[in-house]
Design a protein around this ligand. Sequence first.
Ligand SMILES: *[C@@H]1O[C@H](CO)[C@@H](O)[C@H](O)[C@H]1NC(C)=O
Ligand SMILES: *[C@@H]1O[C@H](CO)[C@@H](O)[C@H](O)[C@H]1NC(C)=O
Ligand SMILES: *[C@@H]1O[C@H](CO)[C@@H](O)[C@H](O)[C@H]1NC(C)=O
Ligand SMILES: *[C@@H]1O[C@H](CO)[C@@H](O)[C@H](O)[C@H]1NC(C)=O
Ligand SMILES: *[C@@H]1O[C@H](CO)[C@@H](O)[C@H](O)[C@H]1NC(C)=O
Ligand SMILES: *[C@@H]1O[C@H](CO)[C@@H](O)[C@H](O)[C@H]1NC(C)=O
Ligand SMILES: *[C@@H]1O[C@H](CO)[C@@H](O)[C@H](O)[C@H]1NC(C)=O
Ligand SMILES: *[C@@H]1O[C@H](CO)[C@@H](O)[C@H](O)[C@H]1NC(C)=O
Ligand SMILES: *[C@@H]1O[C@H](CO)[C@@H](O)[C@H](O)[C@H]1NC(C)=O
Ligand SMILES: *[C@@H]1O[C@H](CO)[C@@H](O)[C@H](O)[C@H]1NC(C)=O
Length: 748
Amino acid sequence: MVMGRFKQFIAELLGALALILLVHAQDQSDFISIDCGLPENSSYTEWQTGVDYISDAGFIDSGINRQISTEFKGDLQQVWSLRSFPEGIRNCYSIKITQGSKYLIRATFFYGNYDGESKLPVFDVHLGANIWDTIKMTNVSVGFVKELIHVPPLNYIQLCLVNTQRGTPFISAIELRPLPNSTYVTTDGSLEPFWRVDVGSESNLQYRYKYDVYDRIWWPYNYEEWTGLSTSLTIESGSSNAYRPPSVVMSTAATPINDSASLNFNWEPEDATSKYYIYMHFAEVVKLKANQSRSFNVILNGEHWYGPYVPDYLWTSTLYSKYALTSTGGQYAFSLVKTENSTLPPIINAIEIYSVKNLLQSETDQEDVGAITKIKSTYGVKRNWQGDPCAPQAYSWEGLNCSYDGYNAPRVISLNLSSSELTGAISADISTLVMLKYLDLSNNSLTGLVPEFLSQLQYLEVLNLERNQLNGSIPAELIKRSNSGSLLLSVGENSNLCASDPCERKKKKNIVVLILASVVGLLTLSLTIAAILCGLTRRKQQDKTTAVALVDSEPNVQNRPLESIQRQVTYSDLQRITNNFERIIGKGGFGTVYYGCMDGIHVAVKAFSPSSSVQGYQQFQAEVKLLVRVHHKNLTTLVGYCYEGANVGLVYEYMANRDLEAQLSGHNSNILSWQARLRIAIDTAEGLEYLHHGCKPPIIHRDVKTTNILLNEKFNAKLGDFGLSKIFQTDSGTRVNKCCWHPWILGP
Ligand SMILES: *[C@@H]1O[C@H](CO)[C@@H](O)[C@H](O)[C@H]1NC(C)=O
Ligand SMILES: *[C@@H]1O[C@H](CO)[C@@H](O)[C@H](O)[C@H]1NC(C)=O
Ligand SMILES: *[C@@H]1O[C@H](CO)[C@@H](O)[C@H](O)[C@H]1NC(C)=O
Ligand SMILES: *[C@@H]1O[C@H](CO)[C@@H](O)[C@H](O)[C@H]1NC(C)=O
Ligand SMILES: *[C@@H]1O[C@H](CO)[C@@H](O)[C@H](O)[C@H]1NC(C)=O
Ligand SMILES: *[C@@H]1O[C@H](CO)[C@@H](O)[C@H](O)[C@H]1NC(C)=O
Ligand SMILES: *[C@@H]1O[C@H](CO)[C@@H](O)[C@H](O)[C@H]1NC(C)=O
Ligand SMILES: *[C@@H]1O[C@H](CO)[C@@H](O)[C@H](O)[C@H]1NC(C)=O
Ligand SMILES: *[C@@H]1O[C@H](CO)[C@@H](O)[C@H](O)[C@H]1NC(C)=O
Ligand SMILES: *[C@@H]1O[C@H](CO)[C@@H](O)[C@H](O)[C@H]1NC(C)=O
């Protein structure tokens, strides 16, 4: 005889179920029995099996509850209701289990024309990161069962119904039954039932719980060349046989009608790569007389496989292979052949055959899953984010991209939550996604600070925080990476966000080494600096005897982002940037200087007093365009300008330590060190030298003075107001290029 496939037997599952002879009442406390589509919080006991079913509401948050059409309602209550999934590609149940434990997982589908359309759907089922199978409903009144013996890798399983454009997915029931570790052991993969039969059945009933402690379903099976044997006595399973087939199944057996013939069964593999495991259960059901014996050998494809074997009276023994079977000629043919001295033909009581199902793809890295799941709940993400975030690859969550490395756990490498109506702070869970390269949170309503933890994402290449309501300052590390070109940072249109003061948060990396060899050296040095300040020395003409080494390994972190945003702004922009000219940070000949914040970066806005007469627009623009091209670490950077009638303003980079005058004035408790003064002198000189020799045409400052030597947070000096005398005719008139040696620099 040739065996049919297990799941084709299912019609009968929905017909007659074994009735009640509760031989061994077994504990079902570790069963998980979920009736899909049952109203929330409700439960019942299936009257035929005594199994308690609960609603699926606690395991899923999508789909709708439906009832099968009354005409199809039979005895099996678990298929009366179902959950269907008209929305979303993939909808998933998430069920907590015991990690490392082996389970018999069963999913039941019974269409029962629940939608009145009499259209049989076809859809896929995923188990975790793997595609389990395609469910093809073939008959409105015939159910379909999928089973798998599987050790789930995590402490939960995700069972997903997947729409493949061939009808609406649905599911009727999900059952999980723990199995002992020692049963159904394979060297390769999980097991799908192919055949599980109660041979020689006299009742023609299916048996499951409470007959079967593991709630396996046994189908009755008889074959025309076989005859039945049975006993009314109980068949025991020893504690060493963990398979424990039910006594009611073992108490009937089959034997060949022709008692000199062998007992044969065979099947053909579903495809060339299919692998099978077999479990044969034997127990002698006949009390043998003294002159009787039953012994047989088991032959597979003509070769001796096991034996001779003598079944024990009323005692179950299970014969199985530790490895997958090997076939010859594309077929598996078993024969039980009695031995020569055996007076009785072979018997068999029950047979299980499983095919190997490889679920190789690992679930996404669990840290990543935990983080993204928390992010989903923190923000109430409205996308159809269900099941494993990255796998199967074709079904990864919208807005996520992952890296895949064979079957290893995928990692989340990009997260795009742009325009997702996110509110609140930037979630710390994002920092758990340590492999992130791309993070887009733009166009949301995120508030609060740009968190420091974003700088811990060491692989981050793109960070887009545009169009939110973030405030405070941007972590220095992010700015540094942006400046060095390793991070594409976008923070625009966050009106209260400012680039931080990069040095405040960082340990000082600048090392200023100053070696003064002698008094003579010191004097030479003073003279040299004075000379530099007057612009008289040439490049690299430094006297070696000065022995001054200034080591500045710090990249110029401010310039880069500023350069990129140089532009013309409107007067109302200036008002916004300065918060309506709220904070004065200086006053000069040309006007007043205000604190401002532009595109997330601190700036200083020079607003010109109407009394300073400005040139015509064309000329102003030409000059300004020239000035915005001047870049040197010792010159303040012009980042924007405004020219609207009488409203003229320039936007400069912000200098945290104001100007040299302020530092040297008696009001300041901070006394500049000798090194700092030296450095300021050299910085100033280098700025001037650049104006004179680096710019074409050269720019003559004409107003070098302590209030125009500006100091940043590191006390690096930058010259301000250069080039302005050309733009404005000031009250003090045109200045001459006078010697600018200032003894205070080397003071005190
Ligand atoms: C189900 O039970 C929970 C907890 O007792 C309760 O909060 C919830 O409202 C109940 N749901 C329904 C639909 O009764
Ligand atoms: C089954 O085996 C797994 C791993 O081998 C182990 O973690 C688990 O604790 C075992 N379960 C039982 C019930 O022995
Ligand atoms: C569906 O199954 C029922 C019961 O098994 C059977 O009577 C009926 O003929 C089947 N219908 C089709 C279209 O196969
Ligand atoms: C019984 O089986 C034997 C061995 O296969 C065979 O030789 C014999 O013809 C069979 N008898 C009948 C009646 O089929
Ligand atoms: C076995 O012994 C019984 C009597 O106990 C007898 O009727 C039967 O013929 C014997 N069978 C054989 C095969 O010897
Ligand atoms: C029958 O023969 C087998 C060898 O084929 C032997 O192992 C076994 O002990 C014998 N049984 C009896 C009852 O003689
Ligand atoms: C990020 O998502 C937004 C909105 O869904 C989309 O417009 C944009 O193209 C996405 N970016 C990338 C790189 O996929
Ligand atoms: C994800 O990868 C796809 C295909 O490579 C690409 O089109 C998409 O922009 C990526 N999305 C993100 C957010 O990186
Ligand atoms: C920003 O998000 C809103 C929805 O929150 C959307 O309507 C709008 O088109 C998005 N704008 C851009 C530029 O993506
Ligand atoms: C940033 O905004 C939050 C509220 O969104 C506020 O509590 C906090 O004080 C603000 N911080 C700064 C520095 O403005």
